[in-house]
Design a protein around this ligand. Sequence first.
Ligand code: FAD
Ligand code: UQ1
Length: 412
Amino acid sequence: CKSYKLVVVGGGAGGCATAAKFSSKLGKGNVAVIEPADVHYYQPMWTLVGGGMKTLENSGRPMSQVLPKKADWIKQRVVTFDPHNNKVMTEDGSEINYEFLVVALGLQLNYGQIKGLPEAFETPGVCSNYSPLYVTKTLEALNNFKEGNALFSFPNAPIKCPGAPQKIMYISDHYFRKHGKRDKANIIYFTSLPVIFAAKKYADALWEVVKERDITVNLRHNLIEVKPDTREAMFQNLDDPDNIKTLPYEMLHVAPPMSSPDPLRQCTLLTNETGFLDVNKNTLQHVTFPNVFGLGDCTSVPIPKTAAAVAGQFGIMHRNLSLVMAGSSPKHEYDGYTSCPLVTGYSTCIMAEFDMDFNPLETFPINQAKERRTMFHLKKDMMPSVYWYGMLKGLWEGPKNMRKVMHLGMSK
Ligand code: FAD
Ligand code: UQ1
């Protein structure tokens, strides 16, 4: 049975950054990352892959290349947590002991919860930017679109990058215009939420975008079934559950329901009532096990889940964990910073950035609710390098310092 000073579960955005930081600090043999995947994907690129601006290959690197050399990579899935005995179990039956644990498992995609959807993915026109299995079907659906309904769904569950289900809709609108088929397309957004976007400043801007582009928005509607044989999708009105709308589709883009991963959800010692890792939302330390920290999509921190948020959390988490390792208590506090680059076509983007109260927390001293080319290039051409060479090496903690400089020290 192996034993480490620090075990990191999950080698995605948060786990990889954490392993890089602590393996360089603690040295070889002291840090392990448990991660089953062969490929590490930069998921934020999938919006662009769906629209044909990047390829799926552009978005992935071999896991062996991105995980830090000084950490031991245990290529396994964690199946059980035992926080009272400071150990985790992996699929092959091994036990791994830790002094400190960082949980960064991300989210599980539950496509199977929508009746008929798994079968519908085998047919043309049904796509999803959320999975490497289905993201390349999005461009195919756009290419093959002739005429009819193009439907875009947002599920009745917390998801990562809550802007992504509508980003691809704006890209599709632009694609249809560029290819002279916009007048043949009826674009409709169905969201389970009561709002178009959580932060009001950007929601107001997005309502303008949908109006201008002639897009229909149905709030509080949830995709419950897909019928691939008749090419129909069924949406339930969440405020009037007996009211079910059935629409034919030519294209259907689905954001699946998501949840905390099963192995974590099953360990109720570690999770809250909704199944997420129960951490203090400011210090990121677990509420009952002080030697456990968490960051990223799998935690209970009440903010929209994004890689930008993971970057901000990482800066706080690694400092607090270092303090706890040294026998002291956490003193750094996360402000809830998150960012969602709302791509609105092939050359524009609204750069939403806000705090835990959904108040804007913008990096640049310009109105970021406006659609801009500069922000599109930041998202498409600059963020991938920030991610691969900054974030995954434990060197990027979000744009906080940049924001302070840009606002001459007067921003939070
Ligand atoms: P992840 O990066 O998802 O990593 C979780 C890791 O845990 C994975 O490597 C997985 O293999 C591993 N794992 C899972 N189960 C187990 C197990 N049992 N044992 C061990 N390991 C396990 N964010 C932005 O900031 N900006 C954007 O523009 C943006 N756009 C997005 C667009 C799309 C289409 C998608 C899908 C996401 C987007 N995001 C964006 C969100 C961003 O990708 C995530 O918020 C971020 O990756 C979360 O990091 P994480 O470390 O919490 O989880
Ligand atoms: C960010 O920090 C980040 O993390 C790496 C992202 O993930 C890909 C983002 O999409 C964005 C927008 C940020 C925030 C950075 C700036 C400069 C606004």
